[in-house]
Design a binder for this molecule. Structure first.
Ligand SMILES: [Zn+2]
Length: 433
């Protein structure tokens, strides 16, 4: 029962937690019904009023909200308060369309800091830590969420910001950084750069890391743990909810606790939109329970996961756990009639100790047949014979996951260059019908 930032709330008996949720759900529905034309229209079309929310299951009477719904109302159409009451905005990248802009009131920033403080404390952060934040400070939510949360815990924050791997490593060494944040693939890169400049990441004082913003498999997590000799936790979140801070895994490293006093989670079948059974996989749908700037009802995250059927975790927390995100329903790839997620390929690769952290897969069409080519870096320079052997063994491991045999090319360390904040794992050059 240690490391809880807000012990009362984090270990609150389920029954009491449900009461908090129901009260806040009612308030949220009333708020959007009274002040957001988009939801007024949707609720009226379904003939639902705030009085119809009597139990938590009544959430299913509410309309789902999609990313397209948000886009159509950007930037300020979904606010439930006047812009005068908002003090900060953040936006998603918008690489696939209009960026999703979220406006925060002062209360929203307080809640965000609180949930981030809980996630960071759960990962081991204390006021004795030197916390380095190698995430671009900008309209992205990442850097600010970590920054606010770490300050709330009382750690010393180094806002080291974007990139420049060598500089990040030198700052770690100079300030005796003990805790780092960021994106998993970037930390893998930092580990490689360290070795190139003759620095052993394990010899630095960094003992903890909390990483998010992209799916990463338990295998990649273990890889980072071994290189840096640090404990690694996984954080989940999205701009539409607050940014990072929705959930994190505790020291059990078996599922992420989602803060149920601020978020009401459901898992639905992405096709039928019906709720699935507990412990069954589906798309995560979240309703904000405390947002006052831009509350959202039943947001379809597109992220595939499942909830754990567990009263209380070994760590003492009562908030529900979900599994590591398996992938986004949008990311599901169908090749030769087989469904697969990039995460499954990554898991297969990371089981092999000769594999480095970077990989990508290319899909292409040849003679009207879809092909998959997986490129992966080796951990160390290999001879031609070793390379051939590794390629063959990875082919078999991946075939076990995706049923047919892919092409595998093993490349020397540091040859797959990732641009941008998040690693791009899939390059789809297939001919579309
Ligand atoms: Zn736990």
């Amino acid at each position: 029962m240690d490391r809880m930032f807000n012990k009362k709330m984090e270990s609150m008996p389920k029954k009491q937690l449900r009461e908090v949720q129901l009260k806040r759900l009612k308030e949220t529905v009333k708020r959007v019904y009274d002040s957001v034309p988009f939801y007024q229209k949707k609720l009226k079309a379904l003939d639902v009023t705030p009085d119809d929310i009597k139990t938590l299951d009544d959430v299913q009477k509410l309309p789902l909200t999609t990313k397209d719904d948000l886009r159509e109302n950007m930037p300020f159409g979904l606010l439930s308060t006047s812009l005068d009451n908002c003090i900060e905005l953040h936006a998603s990248s918008g690489t696939t369309g209009i960026p999703i802009t979220a406006c925060y009131t002062r209360e929203d920033i307080d809640v965000w800091s609180e949930v981030m403080a809980r996630c960071l404390s759960m990962s081991g952060l204390t006021n004795k830590d030197v916390f380095q934040n190698p995430i671009p400070y900008g309209t992205f939510t990442g850097a600010f969420g970590f920054h606010y949360g770490a300050q709330k815990v009382g750690a010393l924050v180094i806002p080291s910001g974007k990139g420049q791997s060598e500089r990040q490593l030198k700052l770690m060494d100079y300030y005796n950084t003990t805790f780092i944040s960021g994106v998993a693939s970037y930390v893998v890169r930092l580990g490689q750069v360290a070795k190139e400049i003759g620095m052993d990441p394990a010899k630095l004082k960094v003992k903890n890391g909390l990483f998010g913003a992209e799916m990463f498999s338990p295998g990649l997590k273990k890889r980072i743990m071994d290189t840096w000799e640090m404990d690694v936790h996984d954080i989940y979140g999205l701009t539409e909810m607050c940014g990072p801070g929705v959930s994190t895994d505790c020291d059990q490293h078996d599922g992420l606790h989602l803060w149920e006093d601020h978020f009401l989670v459901e898992i639905i079948d992405p096709i039928t939109l019906e709720p699935v059974e507990i412990e069954e996989e589906g798309e995560m749908v979240i309703t904000t329970l405390s947002k006052t700037g831009m509350p959202i009802l039943r947001y379809r995250t597109r992220d595939i996961t499942k909830l754990y059927d567990q009263e209380t975790c070994e760590c003492g927390r009562t908030h529900v756990k979900h599994s590591t995100i398996k992938g986004r329903s949008d990311d599901m790839i169908i090749v030769r009639g087989t469904n697969m997620y990039p995460g499954q390929i990554e898991s297969a690769l990371m089981k092999n100790p000769s594999v480095g952290g970077n990989w990508q897969m290319k899909l292409y069409t040849e003679n009207d047949i879809d092909h998959v080519k997986v490129e992966v870096e080796s951990k160390q320079q290999l001879s031609q014979i070793e390379t051939d052997e590794l390629e063959r063994s990875l082919q078999i491991d991946i075939k076990n996951v995706i049923v047919f045999t892919p092409q595998v090319e093993v490349l020397p360390p540091n040859t797959i260059i990732q641009e941008g904040l998040k690693a791009k794992r899939v390059i789809d050059n297939r001919k579309k019908e």
